[in-house]
Design a protein around this ligand. Structure first.
Ligand code: NAD
Ligand code: USQ
Length: 383
């Protein structure tokens, strides 16, 4: 198949493009390098140095013999989006190309507006481009488990059978997200469902949990193919951060009690889930939702796991939670759709955690310790 990966220069987009290419798909990447600019703005860098996209693509061609065209431009530029679809003529578009950090979206009004504008309008441009250029194209869009929040009922895969006053209907599962970023994904989901219902588009929304890990079978084939690894308090995600903190001899920063529970998955499962979704397209008119996670952990459990695996002393600190989220809650998620398509999950193991320690050790000189502590607060301190 011909697959266009939007956000193909990012943490997950790059390894996914490599995996799809390695599996025999004609793969292209698109990116506007916004992520590299957030690094400059925040004064941080990926723990592991990454090459520029041109070098990455050339290295992949050298290693695999496969070409991977790169389209550099912004999803907010509708002409660019239309031109790219016309030129590359994909069968599937995999959409990772959004601002993805909850704390970044909560810095202030400007960052909230940027996040929702970038994400919602970028996706809307794409929906129109697909519908006008070739409505057969299957859109595989990265959503997030955080769209659901932490409701006190089981979380279904996108849809809920509702009985109300003696009548029944199948409705989009109600959403209670926890940041303006997570809300942007909810808005995207509604726009996509509408496009499927009205135009007969085919779309898969992958409500992904928090990803951990940094290596895939393709990224380890050459040092120029590595993907980024974020440690800072804005873009670094929880398990990756705990591993990095342990190696640096810094306390693990558990926010609040650590009772908050989240769905997680290994980066090797991310790339495989996307392949499965691409190779088994949704039907025309179908808005298909998969919960892309393999296991749930509380933040406290993650800190304890890292502390048990690390061969040295580890301190676990409980910081005042800078976010507004439920400290203890019910969490039971259905996630059978991708397993039914053939996913064989890599469950979180000591070996995986231990495999991340040397990556951190080799690159620890690149860390600015001050950037590890959270500074973005969900509540305005004046209120
Ligand atoms: P990332 O920030 O590393 O990658 C996103 C890429 O999209 C970046 O390279 C960025 O430059 C690009 N981009 C952003 N806006 C763009 C625009 N307007 N036009 C073109 N390119 C644009 O993020 P990631 O961690 O790889 O996440 C990718 C996707 O997966 C996101 O949509 C995110 O919400 C979702 N997701 C990530 C995680 C996780 O744990 N990392 C978990 C669940 C869902
Ligand atoms: N947390 C800590 N200590 C830390 C960092 C985080 O206790 O040092 C806690 C947070 O309070 C939160 C949980 O860990 O309860 C997860 O935080 P996170 O920063 O790892 O993840 P989150 O903000 O939810 O966002 C990440 C990705 C986002 C994706 C989301 C999946 O950045 O793109 O959408 O995970 S999900 O959480 O399922 O919505």
């Amino acid at each position: 198949m011909r697959v266009l990966v939007l956000g193909g220069d990012g943490y997950l987009g790059w390894p996914t493009a490599l995996h799809l290419s390695d599996c025999g798909h004609e793969t292209a990447v698109l990116d506007n390098f916004a992520r590299r600019k957030y690094d400059e703005e925040l004064g941080v860098q990926s723990l592991v140095a990454i090459e520029d996209l041109e070098t990455r693509v050339a290295a992949w061609e050298e290693v695999s013999g496969k070409k991977m065209p790169a389209y550099v431009g912004d999803l907010l530029d509708a002409d660019f989006v239309y031109d790219t679809l016309r030129e590359f003529q994909p069968d599937a578009v995999v959409h990772f190309g959004e601002q993805r950090a909850a704390p970044y979206s909560m810095i202030d009004r400007e960052h909230a507006v940027y996040t929702q504008h970038n994400n919602v309008i970028g996706t809307l441009n794409l929906l129109y481009a697909i519908q006008e250029i070739n409505p057969e194209i299957h859109l595989v869009k990265l959503g997030t488990m955080g769209e659901y929040g932490t409701p006190n009922i089981d979380i279904e895969e996108g849809w809920l059978e509702v009985e109300h006053n003696g009548r029944k209907d199948r409705m989009l599962y109600p959403k209670k997200p926890g940041s303006f970023y997570h809300l942007s994904k909810v808005h995207d989901s509604h726009n996509m469902e509408f496009a499927c219902r009205i135009w007969g588009m085919r779309a898969t929304d992958l409500n992904q949990g928090i990803v951990y890990g940094q290596q895939t079978p393709q990224t380890v084939r050459d040092p120029r193919l590595v993907t980024r690894f974020d440690y800072d308090a804005v873009f670094g995600t929880v398990l990756n951060r705990f591993v990095i903190q342990a190696v640096l001899g810094q306390p693990l920063t558990v926010y609040g009690t650590g009772g908050q529970t989240r769905g997680m998955l290994d980066i090797r499962d991310t790339v495989e889930c996307v392949r499965l979704a691409v190779e088994h397209p949704a039907d025309r008119g179908e808005f298909r939702v998969f919960n892309q996670m393999t296991e749930s952990f509380s933040v406290k459990q993650l800190a304890e796991l890292v502390s048990e695996c690390f061969p040295g002393p580890v301190q676990i600190d409980h910081l005042e939670n800078p976010r507004v989220e439920q400290p203890e809650h019910y969490y039971n998620v259905k996630h059978t759709g991708l397993v039914e398509l053939g996913l064989k999950p890599h469950l979180l193991s000591d070996t995986l955690i231990e495999s991340m320690f040397p990556i951190v050790e080799d690159n620890k000189h690149r860390v600015d310790i001050e950037k590890m502590l959270p500074t973005v607060r969900w509540k305005n301190p004046k209120n």
